[in-house]
Design a protein around this ligand. Structure first.
Ligand code: SAM
Ligand code: SF4
Length: 336
């Protein structure tokens, strides 16, 4: 029998949730402008306001010393940040870390997938909402799907433990593609997660309430084409999983609106400007950049700030289905 070694220290919040997963946003910039994520005329943060790669690494390493075992590098588009491979390499070597994962839009995977793998990234999430080139262009405003196909192909040739596709589903934009997207995942041996759009930041291309397509609707659509076996598997996160019978593919449904997932929340997020966000759907946060710039290299001060921050981790998010943003920061700043 294998025993999972418990870390000496653990971060536990006031609702007895163990926090062992941190998502790091390494940039708010991106080479795409997805309609649900960004407005057309995004203003990006000046360099002085964002964490340096060394600062990100210091904060990540301190979290690992506090018992965090999983790090996800995200953004914005993490692969547009200069020096990202170096950061991944350094994070991949942290003692005590079990899993280093990354979320990307796939546009840079053709040239970077091998380096990402060699840096120690075990699993990779690639966002893809449609298989149709014209729709891809419309949803991302500027993207070229061929670039992503080439990236996916290169990533498939690396020995990643798993590749997962993330698809945000919007009514009348791509809801009719859920079966095709699952077939795509099955053909490639990928997993796939469908995500309900969350009301983060002001977007100007669609009315979020009208575009709402629930996970239950998606599940009903899928059941007419696939034999789905519910699993009890949990990553401590928001996904409910189904296995597609006769395949290696799992389908995750991420339902911030229709099924609240906060009871088992095991994560916090570090924004690109160094705010520790205790909840995706609330503004409770602590300014870790201030702490590390006031006390450079002092991990005791940083640990104290992190441990104290758990006192304000809310019990649950406050998302509702509405055309108005509930949270005024965009997902690209937050780190999706
Ligand atoms: N650029 C990378 C990408 O697209 O995969 C990583 C960052 S992106 C913010 C992370 C994930 O958040 C993507 O899968 C994206 O589809 C999702 N996302 C962005 N805005 C969202 C929103 N308003 N609601 C739900 N998911 C969103
Ligand atoms: Fe960029 Fe990812 Fe946001 Fe799309 S979802 S605009 S790819 S950060």
């Amino acid at each position: 029998m294998t025993h999972i070694q418990q870390p000496a220290t653990q971060l536990i919040d006031r609702f007895n949730r163990i926090i062992n997963y941190v998502r790091l946003s390494v940039t708010d910039r991106c080479d795409l402008r997805c309609v649900y994520c960004m407005s057309e005329d995004m203003k990006f943060l000046p360099r002085a306001e964002i964490l340096s790669l060394e600062e990100i690494q210091f904060i990540a390493a301190t979290f690992v010393e506090l018992g965090v075992t999983k790090l996800r590098v995200t953004g914005g588009e993490p692969l547009v940040r200069h020096g990202i491979i170096n950061l991944l390499n350094n994070l991949g070597h942290l003692t005590g870390l079990n899993e280093l994962v990354i979320t990307t839009n796939g546009t840079h995977l053709e040239s970077m997938a091998e380096k990402i793998h060699d840096a120690g990234v075990k699993r990779i999430n690639i966002s893809l909402d449609t298989l149709k080139p014209d729709r891809f262009r419309t949803i991302t405003r500027i993207g070229d799907i061929d670039q992503v196909w080439r990236g996916i192909e290169t990533a498939s040739k690396q020995d990643f433990k798993k590749i997962k596709i993330n698809s945000v589903i919007l009514k009348h934009r791509n809801h009719d593609e859920v079966v095709d997207l699952v077939n795509f995942a099955i053909d490639h041996g990928f997993d796939i997660s469908f995500i309900e759009e969350m009301p983060l930041g002001i977007v100007n291309q669609h009315n979020r309430a009208e575009a709402y397509y629930s996970s239950d609707d998606i599940l009903a659509d899928l059941k007419s084409s696939f034999n789905l076996i519910p699993t009890t598997e949990s990553t401590g996160g928001p996904s409910v999983y189904h296995k597609v019978a006769g395949s290696n593919t799992k389908i995750g449904l991420i339902s911030p609106h229709s099924h609240n997932f906060c009871g088992s929340c095991n994560r916090v997020r570090l924004t690109v400007e160094g705010r520790l966000l205790l909840c995706l759907g609330n503004e409770h946060s602590v300014d870790l950049k201030h702490v590390i710039r006031q006390y450079p290299g002092d991990s005791k001060q940083l640990k104290h700030a992190i441990i104290s921050s758990l006192a304000i981790k809310p019990e649950q998010h406050e998302f509702t289905v509405t055309d108005q943003p509930v949270i005024f920061r965009h997902m690209s700043v937050t780190g999706g």
